[in-house]
Design a protein around this ligand. Structure first.
Ligand SMILES: Cc1ncc(COP(=O)(O)O)c(C=O)c1O
Length: 401
């Protein structure tokens, strides 16, 4: 019977007979992954006149956003609370440099009030820096309600409603339809007008949909006759290699004038490959209607991993097993749908399950949204969030079995 978890990554080492340093359930993120991504994208910015932002909602933890700030990234902020969170990080670091902030969201009145109170200090920053604070309005009504509140130094952009497949039953609820040229014309008349924002759905993220979106924005701008400084393509950015990213930006550059900054605001992207969840088996039950097992874990899809698709790193050598059974991993809540995933579990030669009560498992593919969703639904405790670097060897014994 396998009684301990085997962590094959360099950051984890199973050390039987030592007490655990990490208690379950826990989320562990490797900060080195973030730093490498921040560095790679930062290096591309200068060469390609583009800008990368960190979407605060995708990893609302000061440790990660502090690093993003130190690496010179911009930020995607959705409302007052996210803005206040970012400003608190900057204050803690005694940050004296300008910060690039792109603000897009349905509820911006509080943030507009806050910005109106910091007029002078920010104005000085922006006189010798390309960094800016930009509000991308989502509708004419939102623009009209904010325009008098917003100070001169805050730039204003418009969010474009962008969808590749307009035949879909449910259209996106964000942005202004490109056919509403009168609305764009009115907003672009504002002295502070400076650009466009479009968030392209993750299902439409091939290079061609970016290019189509860019063409549509460039046409719109020429139709309404406005000058603009940036086009921000929002989140859902999932390109890995610098070559792929460069290729995308170069394709966009064929359409977008050279003095216009191309911006992206990746969220999920930054944590890709950085996050693991450590969890313990609480219960094992046979299924009633078919062969298989329910394996109850102390981590919950509902409370902790709502948008994650965990990959199970099971301490089992698949090649040596002749028979397997379906196993469904569930969370500890009373919600029937609190299911984390299913695997074919190879059985031991004896026919026994290779996992027993108390076994500790590592789930990979854990994103930063898990930190945002971390809740106490159904009386389940919030999960502990920790960070590591490859140089810090996390050693802990795996309890149980
Ligand atoms: C405006 C905006 N920017 C960025 C993001 C981050 O998206 P993702 O995590 O898919 O990269 C989102 C996500 O909803 C968004 O709405």
């Amino acid at each position: 019977m396998i009684g301990q978890a085997y962590f094959r990554s360099q950051t984890f080492k199973a050390q039987p007979n030592r007490s655990p340093l990490v208690h379950t359930p826990a989320l562990i993120y490797d900060l080195e992954v973030f730093k490498k991504r921040f560095l790679v994208l930062k290096q591309l910015e200068g060469d390609l006149n583009c800008k990368f932002h960190s979407a605060i909602k995708a990893f609302p933890h000061a440790k990660v956003q502090e690093i993003a700030l130190q690496y010179g990234l911009g930020f995607d902020v959705s409302n007052y609370n996210e803005y206040a969170f970012l400003m608190a990080i900057a204050r803690n670091l005694d940050w004296g440099h300008p910060i690039d902030v792109s603000i897009t969201g349905p509820f911006l009145s509080e943030i507009a009030q806050t910005l109106s109170n910091v007029q002078e200090r920010r104005h000085q920053h922006h006189s010798h820096s390309s960094s800016a604070t930009r509000i991308n309005v989502d509708s004419l009504t939102q623009y009209l309600s904010l325009k008098d509140e917003l100070p001169e130094w805050v730039e204003i952009g418009t969010r474009i409603l962008w969808e590749i497949d307009p035949g879909k039953r449910q259209s996106t609820r964000f942005g202004i339809c490109t056919s509403d040229t009168e609305v764009f014309r009115e907003i672009a008349r504002d002295r502070r007008f400076s650009g466009f924002h479009a968030h392209i759905s993750h299902k439409e993220k091939h290079d061609q949909s970016y290019v189509q979106c860019a063409e549509s924005i460039v046409n719109l701008a020429s139709q309404i006759g406005c000058a603009y400084k940036y086009i921000n393509f929002g989140g859902s950015f999932h390109r890995e290699s610098p070559a792929e990213i460069t290729n995308l930006v170069l394709q966009l550059r064929r359409v977008i004038p050279s003095d216009v900054t191309i911006a992206f605001e990746p969220g999920k992207y930054w944590a890709k490959g950085a996050g693991s969840a450590i969890t313990k088996v609480l219960d094992i039950k046979r299924m009633s209607r078919r062969e298989g097992y329910w394996i109850v874990l102390d981590i919950s899809k509902d409370c902790h991993l709502r948008w994650c698709k965990p990959i199970f790193n099971l301490p089992i050598d698949l090649s040596q097993s002749r028979r397997s059974v379906p196993a469904v991993f569930t969370g500890p809540t009373c919600h029937e749908g609190d299911i984390l995933g299913a695997v074919e579990l190879p059985l031991l030669e004896s026919g026994e399950l290779p996992i027993s009560l108390g076994a500790v498992l590592r789930l990979r593919n854990i994103d930063g949204y898990a930190v945002a969703w971390n809740s106490e639904f159904n009386g389940i405790e919030k999960i502990c969030v920790t960070f590591c670097e490859p140089s810090t060897e996390l050693t802990y014994a795996v309890t149980a079995c």
